[in-house]
Each structure stands twice: as C-alpha cells, then as structure tokens.
Design a protein around this ligand. Structure first.
Ligand code: MG
Length: 276
C-alpha cells in the first residue's frame, strides 16, 4: 500500500508492506489512518514523539506506522533540502551489496532460480526443513558467491544444529538468521556461544524494546522497516546494536522501491543488506 502525505505544500511518500501472517491488511491500515490526527504532527518533526503517538493510537500494526514514518521522513528531507541517508549519517559509499533471496524449494527449482540470480554477489537461501545440506550442495554446484542462510526457526536439536553450522561454515555461509524457535533463548544462546558464523535474530526481533533481552543470545539482529515502524526506530535499533557490540542485517518484506529505498538510506550503517 502506497501512502501519500501532504504537509503544507510538501508531499511525502511512504509504503506499507503487509504480510498476512503479521495480521495487517488494507482494511486495518485504512482504519488506522482514519484515527490519525495529523494536526498532532508539526515540523520540526520529533520522530520519537511521532512513533509514541502512533503507538498510542493502537498497539501493533507496524507496517502502516512504517508507511507514515517513511512519508514523514521524505517530507523532512524535502523541507531540509537533505537526502535521508545524510540526515541519518549514512555514507552511500559504504553501501553493502544486497543479497538475492531464494525461497524453500526443490533442488530443480532452485537451479532455475539461480539463473535469475546470476548478477547478485550474495545469495540468501531459506532453509529449515530436512534437506538443508542438499540445497546448499545444489547452490554450490552452480556458484561460489557468499551465502546467507535463513533457518526460519526450523532447527531444534542443538548438537545437530552445531554440526550443520560448522558444515555451512566450510561451505562459505557467512551468516544465519533465526536458527531456533524465537522463544528458545537458551537454545539460541547456546549456539551463539559456539558458532563460527554470526547468528542473527529475525522473528525474535520486532520492536526496539525487544533488544535488551537479545544481547548475548545472538551475534546480531535482522531489522526491517515493516517491523520497526519505519526509519526512526530502525535507526535507533542500529545505534543500540552498535552499543551492544551486535551486528546488523537490514532486510525487507514484500515492499516495492518506495520503502526499499527508505531501508537503503540506512543500509550503509549496517553490516549486511537483504533488500532485493
Ligand atoms: Mg528471516
């Protein structure tokens, strides 16, 4: 859903990407927008207060809140005459290359998808079923680019997971997202203590307030603007991760170039980007 916000004579654009499993829809977004009192939002924008105001309207609904935040950041940059990346202190020459994501599939389909991915310098692959090794071997038979693995909470045996992580390490995997269930703090922490590859919280990492409990449980976090309610809180997450000595992957849901560009403005501040 694209959002157009007008502030005085300046127009800003934002976007909400609402994936069904997160519980948001076009209808819920429209209902939320109807409750926003735009007179409460005045330049100079205090984004911390704006996010708190949006949270006071209703809990959850991070995607429509992200759309509002992105549109206001667009307006903010236009009024200040500065691009968003500059406002957030991001140096575009430090932009990490983005990975190309391949979903869970059969080796035959994965081979086909890899042909489309030929231009990408990093491949991210979704795993977490019982054929993880077969999929990695399939990819390795076609390309030697670095790999990101997203286990999507699919692992549950610590020893087997550790064996797999070491094998992945030998196969050129450079990070792993959400190895075990998001509620299994002990299991994920056990792996993190021993893993030669950075392990990142994705499902376990939604809002800024989640971060305190993740320190020591993962090497890093996966932020997405559709989880963080937009750029302001996403940037706060990056700063907090740095203060915790944690690494950051910036990812996305199913958004188009509008919200992806907003994430790209923060990407130079992150270790890795998954913005395809
Ligand atoms: Mg993930």
């Amino acid at each position: 859903m694209l959002l157009k916000v007008q502030y005085e004579n300046v127009v800003g654009y934002g976007e909400a990407s609402m994936v069904p499993y997160m519980g948001e829809s076009y209808e819920s977004a429209q209902a939320f927008l109807n409750q926003v009192d735009w007179r409460q939002i005045q330049f100079p924008f205090d984004f911390k207060s704006i996010v708190a105001y949006l949270d006071s309207i209703a809990p959850g609904q991070p995607a429509i809140k992200a759309a509002i935040d992105i549109a206001l950041n667009d307006i903010n940059g236009k009024i200040l005459g500065q691009p968003c990346y500059e406002i957030y202190g991001a140096d575009p020459t430090k932009m990490p290359v983005t990975s190309y994501t391949i979903g869970i599939d059969t080796p035959a389909v994965i081979r086909e998808k890899l042909k489309d991915a030929a231009a990408f310098k990093v491949i991210k692959v979704k795993l977490g079923r019982d054929n993880d090794q077969e999929i990695i071997e399939t990819i390795r038979s076609m390309t030697d680019v670095p790999l990101y693995v997203d286990a999507n909470q699919g692992w549950n045996d610590r020893i087997k997971s550790m064996d797999l992580i070491y094998w992945f390490h030998s196969m050129g995997v450079v990070l792993i997202e959400q190895p075990m269930d998001k509620h299994d703090m002990e299991g994920n922490a056990w792996l993190t203590e021993r893993s030669p590859i950075p392990l990142l919280a994705d499902e376990a990492m939604q809002r800024l307030a989640d971060m305190d409990k993740l320190k020591g449980v993962y090497h890093g976090i996966n932020i997405k603007l559709m989880k963080s309610c937009g750029m302001y809180e996403g940037h706060q997450m990056i700063l907090k991760a740095r203060s915790f000595g944690m690494k950051v992957l910036i990812g996305c849901m199913g958004e188009t170039s509008c919200a992806t560009l907003a994430a790209a403005a923060l990407a130079p501040l992150c270790n890795w980007a998954d913005l395809d």
